[in-house]
Design a protein around this ligand. Structure first.
Ligand code: CP
Ligand code: NVA
Length: 302
């Protein structure tokens, strides 16, 4: 099994991963870090773009589960000199037990998975970031006790993180409202698929409309990796979608503040909101570790 898109998971599988992540978190908080479930198993991480959380949380997860991990930069591999993805996938399948790839193009990860004979995990592409959604659902459940029926307002760029969250919301019964300017909407096929599954997805240009009475306010960078050439235009177009002290007042009083990180203070979020009482941003980052351990166990445990 692979995790390329959040839609690869059934409701039961997604719920199972969140529950196992919660159990692993409790165990670790109780002082038990090391275990042996993945002894003798090796995960390769391939990065075509930078990463802090994804890289470190996957590395620590493998170590703590007793397995091995190899982190590789695209340009250090022959991939950087033009070796094709498909041959790389076939070769790595004979060495390691699973591969996580962070790539610019979603079809790079799809191609890798179609030629690999081992599980492949999407560690972020231009279209999706399903591992982030696992941690996000775990975080929302931790604070709201449930995800079904919770209203999440997404503010700003309808990007990869937003796309996977829309899918995760549809699978779990969470309601999504996306506030973004024209041209920054989430992927149309993902929104359609979510709606076909019965998911509630509202897309609006009005940040207050999305945030009004919401249970969660979520934002992400205005300039994703790969969008750097459009930096100035994006900052202009998205300036009315900042998650700031004014916008927080229209949401529920106990609305969670979420962000997948890295943050760009003064752009998509203010320092005050980042560090406010309702901010769960650092728990969200921590939950990457627990949720990915659950995923690795699902994909690799014998
Ligand atoms: N949220 C996230 O994936 O962070 P990194 O880019 O640091 O991995
Ligand atoms: N949308 C951001 C998320 C980073 C984790 C990006 O793709 O750069």
């Amino acid at each position: 099994m692979d995790l390329i898109s959040i839609f690869d998971l059934t409701p039961a599988e997604l719920e199972g991963l969140v529950e196992r992540g919660e159990a692993l978190k409790r165990k670790r908080k109780g002082g038990v870090k090391a275990s042996h479930e993945l002894e003798g198993r090796t995960l390769a991480l391939i990065f075509e773009k930078p990463s802090t959380r994804t890289r470190v949380s996957f590395e620590v997860a493998m170590h703590e589960l007793g397995g091995n991990v190899i982190s590789l930069n695209w340009n250090e591999l022959q991939l950087g000199r033009g070796e094709r993805v498909r041959e790389t996938a076939r070769v790595l399948s004979s060495y390691v037990d699973a591969v996580m790839i962070r790539a610019y193009r979603h079809d790079t990860v799809e191609e890798f998975a179609s030629y690999a004979s081992i599980p492949v995990i999407n560690g972020l592409t231009d279209l999706e970031h399903p591992c982030q959604t696992l941690a996000d659902l775990m975080t929302i459940k931790e604070y709201k006790r449930t995800v079904a029926g919770v209203t999440v307002a997404w503010l700003g760029d309808g990007n990869n993180v937003c796309n996977s969250l829309i899918g995760g919301a549809a699978i779990t019964g969470m309601k999504m409202r996306v506030a973004c300017p024209k041209g920054y909407e989430p992927d149309g096929r993902i929104v359609e698929r979510a709606k076909r599954m019965g998911g509630e997805v509202l897309i609006t240009e009005n940040a207050e409309e999305a945030a009004g009475d919401a249970d969660v306010l979520y934002t992400d960078v205005w300039v994703s990796m790969g969008d750097e050439e459009e930096r100035d235009k994006r900052k202009r177009d998205l300036k009315n979608y900042q998650l700031n002290e004014d916008l927080v007042t229209v949401a529920k009083e106990d609305a969670l503040i979420m962000h997948c990180m890295p943050v760009h203070i003064g752009e998509e979020i203010t320092e005050g909101v980042l560090n406010s009482e309702n901010s769960v941003i650092f728990e969200q980052a921590e939950n990457r570790l627990h949720a990915q351990k659950a995923l690795l166990l699902k994909l690799l445990e014998k």
